[in-house]
Design a protein around this ligand. Structure first.
Ligand code: ADP
Length: 182
């Protein structure tokens, strides 16, 4: 499914984020930036050790106690087709009354801002927080679509935003959210 918003194409696809050829792919990281399961594990496995090295440097110089939830940092894409990985830390779902929607929106906004500030033209997102972090995907998809749409209304340098969903079920939920939002 595709939508055009100003100068930007928004694509909703099923796939593996490590196959994406956008300028950047977004990693649903944890605050340690030292790798983990899910998307994080897949990106580090396929991207190779260069990503980990840069993450270590970022921890040492910028975020000694870990990257806070909602923030984003950028590294090389290593051996991935994408030249860069943007690492962001999604909120752990704790029932929805602990600021989860705002923190999840921060992830999308800060990742997009970082991409735009580096003059990147295309970016792929996974469904942040909806795996190990337990954020209900019906809710998370709407936050994701709304935040990206609002951002693109203000900042138009990006040419393509891809949502890469891992399962057919996740794809269906994001398609429904897109129908509602765009
Ligand atoms: P979080 O800890 O933020 O919840 P996860 O990596 O556990 O992050 O899961 C986020 C989403 O990413 C889940 O919907 C999961 O199915 C999906 N996912 C896992 N591996 C990949 C991959 N290689 N490409 C795209 N999406 C993936």
């Amino acid at each position: 499914m595709e939508r055009i918003l100003g100068q930007t194409k928004i694509s909703i696809i099923q796939g593996d984020i490590t196959d994406q050829e956008t300028d950047a792919v977004v990693n649903a990281a944890n605050s340690s930036l030292m790798g983990g399961g899910g998307v994080d594990g897949a990106i580090h496995r396929r991207g190779g050790p260069k990503i980990h090295e840069e993450c270590k440097k970022i921890r040492k110089t910028e975020w000694p106690s870990g990257l806070p939830t909602g923030k984003a940092v950028i590294t090389t894409g290593g051996k991935l087709k994408a030249r860069h990985v943007i690492h962001t830390v999604g909120p752990v779902w704790r029932g929805g009354n602990h600021g989860e929607p705002n923190l999840l929106a921060d992830c999308y906004r800060n990742s997009l801002s970082l991409a735009a500030s580096k003059d990147l033209k295309s970016i792929s997102f996974p469904s942040i927080s909806t795996g190990a972090y337990g954020y209900p995907i019906e809710k998370a998809s709407r936050v994701a679509l709304k935040t990206v749409t609002e951002f693109l209304h203000k900042e138009s340098s990006l040419r393509e935003v891809v949502f890469t969903l891992f399962s057919p079920y996740d794809l269906k939920i994001y398609e429904e959210a897109t129908e509602e939002t765009l």
